[in-house]
Write a protein that binds this ligand. Structure first.
Ligand code: IVH
Length: 672
């Protein structure tokens, strides 16, 4: 390649990278995948290395992100916020290690491996132990001052735990848990608002809200991963990354628990392989591993080139985003009658799985993202959630794309479709619609609910189509005689199925409640309601106010439960379940309502001097109290012991009463 040819290519690459950066950082609406972006940047770096004359100060290789938007005051970084070089294979990791060892000479080289959290990087300044200012990365030198928003994030301590350094700048990643992401999107979907394509977009948009209340609603989280500047009063000064992480933990930050030290590059590679395989087990998205030289003096010695430190690299997992073609949009009808648009895609490999279908959520999502049939689209597959279409790649349009319209008749039963103003979903108005009945019945028999073996999707479809099962209670009216109507159902499988149906009768209230498919009542909520109310009668009679006394039950869930039991058809169906012998009581003993701690909820954290967690739980429950896992406004007491962590911080923040073991014992009846 001549320099002239290189110049043309460099110009082209820069324009594409600038555009991608703008869409990613400013619009929060990426048009190319991370992998594609990395490839462009790599090519540019290579060309600039071969032809140094082409390297200009305004090249995207010379800075780290997008310009700060003008809505926030600038936040100047005391030390530039660098980004990382990428590695994509074990061989590249070995090359990185060789380079490090060569440059380090005699200096010690071992590594710290950290998960690369997929959120957005921020810096936090603490003066005299208190959070003073916090900002985003921006272009690496100047970011946005988003202090007010960061203060709403529960895992960002407002005060450090003593002994705090006189000044410290902490860096880390703001992210959204997958579970919080699903909840956020479900809420937005109900409210008719646009849903987010991935947790990262939701987190980064959340941090840059103009109203901190809106940030707080997203329930963001924070992992600290670096100490950028430390000036110490009395506390310890970290000399290695491993020590820095320990210090951060002591100061009250959440440090990811999966960090590991690695003496050799083989250990590093093993860590990378392990977490690439296990990423779906985590409740947050990771897109790789960050490998850092442990010793700070060695880091100093290695220094950095252009935008990247030489002492660290990020190992990128295989991408889980890809382009595909949207061949068609088909509608399926859900349990509650919702018309769900699904993408039919040209098969594409994403993270080792062939994806052919993806969700498009609702008509509003399709319209607001301007997704058209025939478009080249960006598809992501994140964890165990169904793949989703992120958006079209508009530059690939040919003009033959078609705009999608929601049908006004149910595609299954032909009934009218209702689309209440302000609601995201269109619904089939016919409760007896075969698609709805099928979904309800299938859900009731499914593993998480009544767990009826042999009653899978295929049988559910046959039984509903043949009219053998028109509602849930009909399942218990099945007998050998009726089952002869089902094609390919032999005597043996018929008997097995009937035995499984019989067996399901004693699953207990929690499973029945899950199976009923009441809106917003999933497995967890069902278990709580079953434990608190004991029987279905008690639950059916409960007022919204009584329902809301249960952990995690807000007005939305309470309203939905009331609505369900207010309908005569549902009550009648429950009577038929009872008549068939289905247990409608909780198998767990009802919670005591007379003990001294009745109605009080507790959270345990840290190590207590003389009680194990189980013992403390048993004592509290025996006195009528309840122990839950996480601190919320509904928590009455947090019992804190040695090395209590974020739960204690959260309790302080919410003003929840904090007890030590002695204070807890004082509340218990004397016999315990
Ligand atoms: S260290 C020089 N550690 O990955 C070191 N970064 O390009 C710079 N990230 O957007 C960062 N998890 O926000 C580091 N454990 C971790 C990280 C991490 C996620 C992000 C970071 C930045 C990108 C690095």
């Amino acid at each position: 390649m001549t320099e002239r040819e290189a110049r043309a290519r460099v110009d082209d690459l820069r324009a594409r990278i600038d555009d991608a950066n703008y869409r990613y950082y400013v619009l929060d609406d990426p048009a190319i995948t991370d992998a594609e972006f990395d490839a462009l940047l790599r090519e540019l770096i290579e060309l600039e290395t071969r032809f140094p004359a082409l390297r200009t100060p305004d090249s995207p290789t010379q800075r780290v992100g997008a310009p700060a938007s003008e809505r926030f005051a600038p936040y100047e970084h005391a030390r530039p916020m660098l980004s990382l070089s990428n590695t994509f294979s074990a061989d590249e990791l070995r090359a990185f290690d060789e380079r490090v060892r060569k440059l380090a000479g005699e200096a010690p080289v071992s590594y710290v491996c950290e998960l690369k959290i997929d959120g957005l990087a921020i810096a936090l300044d603490y003066r005299g132990g208190s959070l003073d200012r916090g900002g985003t990365r921006g272009d690496g030198r100047t970011g946005e001052d988003v202090t007010a928003n960061l203060r709403t994030i529960p895992t960002i301590p407002l005060r450090l735990r003593p002994p705090a350094p006189s000044f410290i700048e902490v860096r880390g990643e703001v992210y959204l848990r997958k579970s919080d992401f699903e909840r956020l999107n479900a809420r937005r979907e109900r409210a008719g608002a646009a849903v987010f394509a991935n947790p990262r977009n939701a987190a980064s948009g959340g941090v840059r809200q103009l109203d901190p209340k809106l940030t707080a609603e997203r329930r963001l989280s924070f992992f600290a991963y670096a100490v950028a500047v430390q000036q110490n009063g009395e506390g310890a000064v970290a000399r290695t990354q491993w020590e820095a992480l320990a210090l951060l933990r002591e100061l009250g930050f959440h440090v990811n628990e999966n960090i590991e030290r690695a003496a050799t590059i083989d250990d590093v590679i093993a860590y990378c392989d392990r977490w690439e395989a296990r990423r779906d087990e985590l409740d947050y998205e990771i897109d790789g591993v960050v490998v850092k030289v442990d010793d700070f003096a060695t880091q100093e010695l290695l220094g950095s080139v252009a935008r990247d430190p030489r002492w660290a690299t990020s190992f990128k997992f295989k991408p889980r985003e890809a382009r595909s073609k949207l061949l068609d949009i088909v509608i399926t009808v859900g349990r509650t009658g919702t018309l769900n648009p699904n993408a039919v895609l040209e098969p594409v490999q994403i993270g080792g799985v062939t994806v052919r279908n993806a969700t498009l959520h609702n008509a509003e999502y399709i319209a607001s993202n301007d997704i058209r049939i025939g478009d080249t689209v960006l598809v992501t597959r994140a964890g165990d959630v169904i793949p989703r279409v992120v958006g079209p790649i508009a530059s690939e349009r040919t003009g033959h794309e078609r705009i999608f319209a929601m049908p006004d008749r149910c595609p299954v039963c032909g009934s009218a479709v209702d689309h209440p103003p302000g609601e995201a979903m269109s619904r089939c108005t016919n409760a007896a619609c075969a698609a709805q009945v099928y979904e309800r019945v299938r859900h009731f028999a499914s593993r998480g609910a009544m767990d009826i073996e042999g009653f899978g999707d295929v049988f559910a479809e046959q039984a509903t189509q043949l009219g053998l099962v028109r509602d849930i209670a009909d399942i218990y009216a099945l007998d050998a005689q009726r089952l002869t109507a089902v094609p390919r159902m032999g005597e043996k499988s018929s008997a097995n199925l009937l035995a499984a149906i019989e067996g399901s009768k004693s699953r207990g209230l929690a499973r029945v409640l899950t199976g009923l498919g009441i809106r917003f009542v999933g497995e967890q909520t069902a278990a709580i309601l079953a434990a608190d109310f004991g029987t279905i009668e008690a639950l059916a009679e409960a007022t919204e106010e009584e329902l809301q006394r249960s952990e995690g039950i807000g007005p939305e869930v309470a309203g939905s439960v009331r609505l369900f039991f207010a309908q005569p058809a549902n009550r009648e169906m429950i009577e038929r379940l009872r008549a068939a012998g289905v247990s409608l009581a909780s198998s767990e003993p009802r919670r005591r309502t007379d003990g001294p701690l009745a109605g009080k909820s507790f959270v345990l954290t840290g190590t207590l001097p003389s009680l194990t967690r189980e013992e403390a739980t048993a004592l509290i429950e025996a006195a009528g109290g309840r122990v839950t896992g996480s601190v919320s406004k509904k928590t009455d007491y947090v019992v804190a012991g040695e090395s209590a962590g974020s739960k204690l911080a959260k309790a302080e923040q919410l003003g929840v009463a904090i007890l030590d073991e002695e204070a807890l014992r004082a509340m218990l009846p004397p016999a315990s």
